[in-house]
Ligand binder design. Structure first.
Ligand code: GRF
Length: 190
């Protein structure tokens, strides 16, 4: 079985990218990292791992989200990418991109979907009085945070937790979950 060629899209810190890079890449291989923001930490992580990096800044495209995505799509296509993993990529994708990559586009979301799609997931879990919180890796579809779930992992919410402590503790959960799920998708696509 040949390894699936993966591109990771980031906008910042890239700790999930790091987890994907550090995991045993027996089913997939990260061959490209694209950031829409120049100079972010995730780009350095990729370079340190010897992975090709690109900055595709959304700003010159103004309000034309699809033109930005056509540029992304062209770069991905030029490198025969088979799976696109969103890892803290802070752009909403249009139907153009989502359809082009349907079944091959994954995201990690910091909640136990279908609970808390969208933003402020940690605060919402606390406000609801939940006793557990977690992360979900899912296929990306046009509806935000609504695609098929590839995997979930949970952790307890402890007395005294704040949105910040939850976010911090959840990161370790995310870092274990995301590589497993990307590997699972890579095997499914083989
Ligand atoms: C993570 O919390 C992830 O769940 C969310 O964005 C954050 C990205 O963090 N989608 P990092 O850039 O991977 O460190």
């Amino acid at each position: 079985m040949s390894k699936k060629r993966v591109a990771v899209l980031i906008s910042g810190r890239g700790s999930n990218l790091q987890a994907l890079l550090d995991a045993q890449q027996d089913a997939y291989e990260i061959v490209l990292v694209i950031s829409n923001v120049p100079g972010v930490e995730g780009l350095k992580r990729a370079r340190d791992a010897g992975v090709e990096t690109l900055v595709v800044d959304h700003k010159p495209f103004g309000k034309d989200r699809e033109a930005f995505e056509r540029e992304l799509d062209m770069e991905l296509g030029a490198r025969a990418i088979e799976i696109v993993a969103l890892a803290g990529f802070m752009r909403v994708l249009t139907p153009f991109f989502v359809r082009a990559w349907a079944g091959h586009l994954v995201n990690i979301h910091p909640s136990l979907l279908p609970k808390y799609p969208g933003v402020n997931t940690h605060a919402r879990a606390l406000e609801a009085g939940d006793t557990e919180h977690g992360a979900t890796v899912h296929l990306v579809v046009e509806e935000v945070d609504a695609g098929e779930i590839l995997g979930q992992a949970s952790m307890p919410i402890l007395p005294g937790d704040t949105p910040e402590t939850l976010a911090q503790r959840l990161l370790a959960v995310e870092h274990a979950l995301y590589p497993e799920c990307v590997a699972k998708l890579a095997r499914q696509l083989s």
